[in-house]
Design a protein around this ligand. Structure first.
Ligand code: 5GP
Length: 126
């Protein structure tokens, strides 16, 4: 059964700027939204196309993902693929990135998938 509530659990978790975007308290250029997730343009794009895909459920990072989150995470991946197609970047290619905790380069502690496209991306990352 999918948990469609996106209220933080009683175990207190810090709100982030992404909660304000979910609650429409601050603006974002939203490209997709449903009960479970939301996707919007990154405010500081690192590529010509740079979308952030987030769950509405408050999950701090990939390091805190639980088995019960597998459906929402799978749903987000499917939607990223659909968004890439809609934005016309599928054929050339794109990259999905989930920065996790300090050494992973995470700065906003609400799990998010970066969808980067529109230029050739180098490897390995810095
Ligand atoms: P992280 O560094 O945690 O992997 O990625 C966080 C991303 O959130 C960064 O790419 C940053 O540019 C983006 N970001 C931070 N604040 C905002 C905001 O208020 N609006 C939008 N659209 N993106 C934001």
């Amino acid at each position: 059964m999918l948990d469609r509530s996106h209220k933080p659990s009683l175990r207190s978790q810090a709100m982030t700027i992404f909660n304000k975007i979910i609650n429409k308290e601050i603006p974002a250029k939203i490209v997709y939204e449903d009960d479970l997730c939301m996707a919007f343009h990154d405010v500081t794009p690192q590529a010509p196309t740079h979308i952030l895909m987030i769950p509405k459920k408050q999950i701090r990072s990939m390091a805190e993902v639980k088995a019960e989150d597998k459906e929402v995470l799978g749903h987000m991946m499917v939607k990223c693929s659909e968004i890439a197609a809609k934005l016309g970047v599928s054929e050339k290619g794109f990259r999905l990135v989930v920065n996790t905790n300090s050494w992973g380069g995470q700065s906003v502690y609400h799990l998010h998938i970066h969808l980067l496209a529109g230029r050739a991306l180098s490897w390995p990352p810095g």
